[in-house]
Design a binder for this molecule. Sequence first.
Ligand code: NAP
Ligand code: G4F
Length: 332
Amino acid sequence: MGQRSALITGITGQDGGHLAQLLLEQDYQVFGVIRGQSNVKKSEFLDEYPNVTLIEADLLDSASIIRAVEQADPDEFYNLAAISHVGYSFKNPTLTLDTTAGGVLNCLEAIRLTGRGSSTRFYQASTSEMYGGLDYNRPGLGYDEHSPFHPRSPYGVAKLYGHWITKNFRESYGMFASCGILFNHEGERRGLEFVTRKISNAVARISLGLQDHVELGDLWPKRDWGYAGDYVRGMWQMMQHSEPDDFVLATGETHSIEDFLSQAFNAIGVDDWHPYVRRNEAFTRPAEVDILLGNPAKAEDVLGWKREVDFAGLVSRMVAHDISLLDGNRSS
Ligand code: NAP
Ligand code: G4F
């Protein structure tokens, strides 16, 4: 077998970096979609991954995705691009619809219309946000592949379209198209706009005397938080499986934002985080997802997937990373 090739949309995002790393280590030829006429992330990304070929394209421009598929001729196509921030999706719902829902269709059509429907495997980044985390809809053992969906944000609704159109292409055209229903996964590459990284960054800054508090929204929601490096391995395993299917990736544990705060402040020797946290309504949402808890039994049994990093390990590595990053910046 010759060298395998992969095309990744969303390569400049958190998961894109982890996945590019994993695929390069396995000697894939890696192509990534970069958007915008002057994306500052381009040079940063190429500094870190000089062996990745970046292709200028945009999920909103279907012809550009067709050209990207023609150039990369991928064995595996990972669609990670999206408007992925739930709060932002309430402020920009139409853009979210076009990107996070319509963009998936553009990817699938690009594979089909270029005649690669039977040769290119497609991965869609589905999400636990599709479940909605409501009381009546909450299973004791965690959401699995059979749990009902009730999305609670424009983002969740758009992702549900992406999920079903991917299944529809699988059923209609026999394409190898799989959806990973991933619960929250975090790490050193997480954007600062997401709550875990916002907290780890603030805790690092507080420990170094660079700020004295952090402003947050609701602290009671619970999430099933894992480590992104573990989850991209699961994506890849889905694409190596003998048949296309949908899989939940989760840790099977759920923790509140208060738990995350407690763990993060403990990492810098602070027992009581309350004096350092202020409420700001701007960070609350019109509808909240109360609790997410996933059941990864199918991925564990069928794919042999296993997460390696636990909640305490995740929080401590994020805080340690942000402290060393800030320390490095201060001394350079
Ligand atoms: P992320 O860090 O927010 O990255 C999103 C990526 O999408 C960025 O590379 C962004 O490019 C790109 N993008 C946005 N609009 C685009 C467009 N119009 N055309 C092309 N690219 C576009 O997201 P992530 O955390 O890595 O997540 C990866 C995927 O998994 C997303 O689809 C997300 O919704 C989904 N997901 C994430 C989680 C999680 O906990 N992380 C859980 C379940 C599902 P720029 O860099 O140029 O902005
Ligand atoms: O970190 P978050 O913004 O992540 P959220 O909304 O759970 O979405 C993430 O996980 C999904 C998978 O379940 C992905 F599909 C999605 O793309 C994204 O990666 O917020 C987590 C919780 C929410 O309940 C939010 O209301 O934290 C709460 N929160 C409280 N204060 C805050 C803040 N969230 C953010 N981003 N910023 C705050 O200041």
